[in-house]
Ligand binder design. Structure first.
Ligand code: GLV
Ligand code: GLV
Length: 321
C-alpha cells in the first residue's frame, strides 16, 4: 500500500510532485487553516505529515495519527509548535527547514531595521493621508547606522546573515547566545560576545534571532527594555513570545526605547492594539521567509525530508532532541 502523506496547507507544486511520487497525498480542499479537530481527523492513518508553524503537533496529534506515523516535516525553521520529545518518544522523526530561508529572513529583518530607523512607514503614511509636506532640513529625521552597534541575540545562521548585512552598512557587531560563535565567524564579523544585559545596555539596535523556547519566552521584558538605550531600536523576526508585547508597547509609548520593527507577534495573527497606534513601530505580518524562491525551497526541503524517512533513509535536516 502506498504511504498516506497528509499536507496541512497548500504547498508549491515542485514539493507536491515529490510527495506524489512517494505516496497518496491528502490536502485540505479548499486550502484553509485546519482546526485542531480537522487536523486530528486529517492525520488519522498518516505515515507522513507535512505541516506548517500554525499546526499544534503534540502527543494528542501523534495519537490521532496512529502508530504508523513515521515523520512530521514542518515547513519552517522554528518548531516551537511541535512537542519534539513527545514525538521522539513515539519514534516519530521530526524535521524542519533550516538554511534555505536564512537570506530571505535576514533581508526582512534588515528591511524592518531600515524602515524604523529611517521612518519609512511614517513618511508613507503622511503621503497616503494626503498631508501637506515640504522638504526641509529637519523633516522626518531618522537615525544613521554607520558606526552604531548592532546587538544580535542568537548568532545562528540567520543572526549571522543579519550581522553580515549590518557590517556592509558600517555597523559594529556584538552578540549573545547560549554559546560563543565559532572563531572564524567572530573574526569575519569582528563580533564581540557579551552577556545579554551588557548587550542590551550597549546596542543601538537589538535584533532577535534566538528560537522560542521556555528559556527565551519573554526574554525581552520590561526590565530588559528599561536597560536599553532610550535611542535604541528593537527588531523581532523570530517568534512573538520572545518579547513581552504589552511591556514593549508601553516602553515605546513612554520613550523607554526609540522604536521597534516587528514581523512576529505574541498572539498571531493579533497585534497588540497599542502597537497599531504608535508611529515609531514598523510592522509586517510574518513575512520573514515570504519570497517565492524561499517558500518553494522550504517546501521542497520539507518534502525531501518526509520522502527520505518514508524510504527508510536519513532525512536532510532532522530536528534532534
Ligand atoms: C518561520 O517563521 C519559520 O520558522 O520558518
Ligand atoms: C536558522 O536557520 C538559524 O540557525 O538561525
Amino acid at each position: 500500500m502506498k504511504p498516506r502523506i497528509v499536507v496541512t496547507r497548500k504547498i508549491p507544486e515542485p514539493a507536491l510532485e515529490l510527495l506524489r511520487e512517494a505516496g497518496q497525498v491528502w490536502l485540505p480542499e479548499p486550502d484553509h487553516l485546519l482546526s485542531t479537530e480537522e487536523l486530528h481527523a486529517a492525520v488519522a492513518g498518516a505515515d507522513a505529515v507535512v505541516s506548517t508553524l500554525q499546526d499544534r503537533v503534540d502527543g494528542a496529534f501523534a495519537d490521532a495519527a496512529g502508530p504508523q506515523l513515521k515523520v512530521v516535516s514542518t515547513i519552517a525553521v522554528g518548531y516551537d509548535n511541535i512537542d519534539v520529545p513527545a514525538l521522539h518518544a513515539r519514534d516519530v522523526v521530526v524535521t524542519n527547514t533550516p538554511g534555505v530561508l536564512t537570506d530571505a529572513t535576514a533581508d526582512l529583518a534588515f528591511g524592518l531595521l531600515l524602515s524604523v530607523t529611517r521612518r519609512l512607514g511614517e513618511g508613507e503614511r503622511l503621503l497616503r493621508d494626503r498631508k501637506p509636506w515640504q522638504f526641509h532640513l529637519g523633516f522626518l529625521l531618522g537615525t544613521g547606522l554607520q558606526g552604531k552597534t548592532l546587538g544580535i541575540v542568537g548568532l545562528g545562521q540567520i543572526g549571522t546573515a543579519v550581522a553580515r548585512r549590518a557590517r556592509a552598512f558600517g555597523m559594529d557587531i556584538v552578540y549573545t547566545g547560549r554559546r560563543r560563535a565559532a572563531e572564524d565567524v567572530e573574526r569575519e564579523l569582528s563580533a564581540r560576545y557579551l552577556p545579554l544585559e551588557e548587550l542590551l545596555r550597549s546596542s543601538d539596535v537589538v535584533s532577535l534571532h534566538c528560537p522560542l523556547t521556555p528559556q527565551t519566552r519573554h526574554l525581552i521584558d520590561a526590565d530588559a527594555l528599561a536597560s536599553m538605550k532610550p535611542t535604541a531600536f528593537l527588531i523581532n523576526t523570530t517568534r512573538g513570545p520572545v518579547v513581552d508585547e504589552e511591556a514593549l508597547a508601553e516602553a515605546l509609548a513612554r520613550g523607554v526605547i526609540a522604536g521597534a520593527g516587528l514581523d512576529v507577534f505574541e498572539k498571531e495573527p493579533e497585534v497588540h492594539p497599542a502597537l497599531l497606534e504608535l508611529e515609531n513601530v514598523a510592522l509586517t505580518p510574518h513575512l520573514g521567509s515570504a519570497t517565492t524562491e524561499t517558500r518553494t525551497a522550504m517546501a521542497v526541503l520539507a518534502a525531501r525530508n518526509a520522502v527520505a524517512v518514508l524510504r527508510g533513509e536519513e532525512p536532510p535536516t532532522p530536528v534532534r532532541s
